[in-house]
Design a protein around this ligand. Structure first.
Ligand SMILES: Nc1nc2c(ncn2[C@@H]2O[C@H](COP(=O)(O)OP(=O)(O)O)[C@@H](O)[C@H]2O)c(=O)[nH]1
Ligand SMILES: [Mg+2]
Length: 231
């Protein structure tokens, strides 16, 4: 069934030269296009990704969301889009579980929840768990919907993307997608996914106090903006 549909994978990657080739090569063989979005890496990420067979896009605007958005422009003719990290933290073996509810017409957005899945020791820090739990509590309070994670490993239909009008350039990307999907009445499903430690390199987000604070602030900003301003 999966081979009958055109499926694209977007991998935002910033200085992931140590892992990106392996991540690109390990994508399931039923994936039709693997797009790596680089944001000015200085370690050869783009060359590694290209060498492994990915389409590489350069986005000048910094930020995780800006990279995801640039990736979306490149895959606008694929009915199904999957986002995955470039550090090897996601298990490509989980991708079928993300994509199948979309193919079956049962969901518009499928979020891989690391909280429901198996977490390798040390792969999900305390700050990140706390931030996820807080964000999910706020979503429950404000939109009456229970989520367990803001996991980056997720699959969405092109049709849903057309309604989401994604615009967040930074780390609020994942929550923006969830909140907007709820506000538009889209069908959102969570499935358990594994969470592994990054294969190489350094975390840009949750692995440092500064990165976590930046992400946390941005996530709260996106939640309250959606509540107060809409969009
Ligand atoms: N292109 C791009 N990718 C990013 C940026 N920030 C993070 N990433 C990628 O997003 C994924 C998750 O980031 P990571 O540093 O692993 O965050 P963590 O999992 O919270 O430690 C990795 O593939 C990163 O390379 C960015 O500003 N631009
Ligand atoms: Mg990571």
């Amino acid at each position: 069934m999966r081979r009958d549909h055109r499926i694209a994978v977007i991998i935002p990657a910033l200085d992931e030269a140590g892992s990106i080739a392996g991540v690109v090569r390990s994508q399931p063989d039923w994936v039709d296009s693997v797009v790596v979005v680089d944001n000015g890496s200085i370690d050869g990420t783009a060359a590694e990704a290209h060498g492994a067979g990915a389409t590489v896009i350069q986005e000048a605007r910094r930020g995780y969301g800006a990279a995801c958005l640039a990736g979306l422009h490149a895959v606008s003719d694929f009915p199904i889009v999957v986002f995955t990290d470039g550090d090897g933290a996601n298990d490509p073996g989980d991708m079928a579980a993300l994509v199948d509810p979309l193919l079956a017409g049962e969901a518009d957005l499928v979020i891989g929840s690391r909280v429901l899945g198996e977490v390798e020791h040390g792969a999900l820090g305390a700050v990140q768990r706390f931030g996820n739990a807080l964000s999910c509590s706020l979503m429950r309070l404000l939109w009456r919907r229970r989520f367990t994670d803001l996991g980056p490993y997720r699959a969405v239909t092109q049709e849903a993307l057309g309604k989401l009008n994604m615009e967040e350039p930074a780390m609020g990307w994942t929550i923006e997608m969830q909140v907007k999907a709820l506000r538009r009445g889209l069908r959102v499903v969570e499935v358990p996914v594994a969470c592994r430690r990054r294969v190489a390199g350094r975390s840009k987000i949750s692995g440092s106090v500064i990165g976590s604070m930046r992400a946390g602030t941005r996530i709260l900003y996106v939640i309250f903006r959606a509540r107060l301003v809409g969009g």
